[in-house]
Structure formats: C-alpha cells, structure tokens
Design a binder for this molecule. Sequence first.
Ligand code: ES4
Ligand code: ZN
Length: 322
Amino acid sequence: MPLASLPKAELHLHIEGTLEPELAFELAARNGVDLPYADTEELRKAYLFEDLQSFLDLYYGLMAVLRTEDDFEQLADAYLARAAAQGVRHAEIFFDPQAHTARGVPIGTVVQGLDAALSKSVERHGVSTRLIMCFLRDQSAESAMQTLESAKPYLDRIVGVGLDSAEVGNPASKFREVYEAAGALGLRKVAHAGEEGDPSYIWEALDLLGVERVDHGLRCMEDPALVERLVRDRVPLTLCPLSNVRLRAVDVLEEHPLPRMMDAGLLCTVNSDDPAYFGGYAGDNFHAVREALAIEPERLRQLARNSFLASFLDDDEELRSR
Ligand code: ES4
Ligand code: ZN
C-alpha cells in the first residue's frame, strides 16, 4: 500500500518544528539575523540530540529567524504543502506563543501569520486545519496565564491549549488554574505527558488538567492501571516514533512500543512532532514504523482511522476528510 496516499490526520505537529534549514537561512537573510552556523549543511550536522533538552536548546535558538507575519505564513504554507504530499488531509497544529513573545514578536503577528496560510489551506492543499496554543511548561504558571489572556482577541482561530517543552520537573499540576480558565473559555485540552516523564505526569494531565488527548504518552506502558484507564476512557495518544528515536526516548525504532500499545487496546495515532528536525513528516513516520516494526496493512489503516477519530473535527467534517 502506498502510505503517502493513505488519508491521515496529523495531531501532534509543532509548526516551529517544521522550519527546514533552507527556509531558516532564507528568513535569516531577509531579516538580518546572524545564525551561528555557516550553512544548511553545518546546521543539519548539529541535529544530533542527546535528549529533549538538547533539542529544545537548538529549536528555540533557530526561531530567532521568525519575525514577521509573512515569515509565519511562509512557514505554515510550506508545512501544509509537504503534509498534503504525504496524505495528510487534516492537521491540528501546535504553536508556542511564549517562544516568540519572549523575543519581542507579538502573539498577534504569530496567529495572524499562521492564519493567513491556514485559511487558504483547504483550497490550496486540500488540508483542513486547527490551531492549538501550547504553554511552555518550563515557564511559570503566571506567564501561561498571561499568554492565555493575550490570546483572547484570537480565540476564534484557536481550538485548544496544549503543554510542551521540558517535561521532567515541570508537572501538569503547575498549570491546573490555567487549564481551568482555558476550559471556561471553551478551549479543548491536550498536553504532552509521558515523553520523558514517568507515568505520574500522565495521571496528572488526565486528573488535574482534564485533557482529552495525551501527546506522546509513551511511558504509560510502565503502569498497567494507567493503561487500563486510558483504554477504558478511549483517551487518544499522539505518538511520534521518529521523534522518540532522535530524542532517545527509545533506543531504536525496532524497540518502539507501538505494537504493544495497540495490542493493549490503546487508541494510538502516528505523528511527526518536529519533522524538520527528526527525519520526516507524517507519511515518513508511517513508513518507518511499517518497515521497523512490521506493522501489517490493516493496522496501518487502523492508525489512519484513529487519527480522524481522535481529531477535533466534528462528525460531518470527519467523514468528508477521510
Ligand atoms: C517538543 Cl518533542 C517535544 N517535546 C516537548 N516539547 C516540544 N516542543 C517542541 N517539540
Ligand atoms: Zn511534541
């Protein structure tokens, strides 16, 4: 089966993580930003990560090139073209407002720039979209609350909130009030949990934040009671296999727990996370797990179906897109 033609939804995708080296240098030149790399080749050579933090350091650094609405529009449009070519029909896209406001780029520049690309995406690429605003969990709860406040003029373009960045030492409990406030504004809730953090991080995301979907959730397999809970409540997990290898959450793709997670009855989806950094887009992740884990065609179709089931599309939209 050609995996690129298998219709799929992408539910775990950081737009800043789609910044390819070529575009980074183009934007650096346009905006007069000095990059500490001679060229795209030297930049790519730096993509050898030890763990999540070593990736985040480079990822936040390279964002210096993103300054104008046009930059964010170009970034998102390039992603949507690539995603469409790999069979993505719907994308729920994360962005990190605090990573931009901290550099003096207003949240309105980010949202309006992204929206310029997203609003043309169905027509241009055949990809429907949603935006999810993520709070940086290594920043304070107050900063997250201010970010939510500053997003109020743009909430018609934002479907939900997420939680990302350095997990260990920054448990979900820190963001309880922010998630309560987001819920009161009608926003959907997801959070990264169990990527590097132990199962307690997933329990907290479920019980304290009330998330509907868990991003990664990889380490749930260490806690049978947690697996039972996730299966019972049909909580979707947005897995990112190539990311897990590059950030060393798993040693090699052949040892990825995806098949065991599906055997356990978990609602798994396959996604790309930060495709410019981790070696591939959504279709590439499907291809990689098929090859490394010998996932059979029926299971690949199940993963694609799951991605639409787990999406924030309503039933009509879901049927139209898959
Ligand atoms: C991320 Cl892979 C991953 N984990 C946590 N936060 C992130 N932000 C961007 N990519
Ligand atoms: Zn992620």
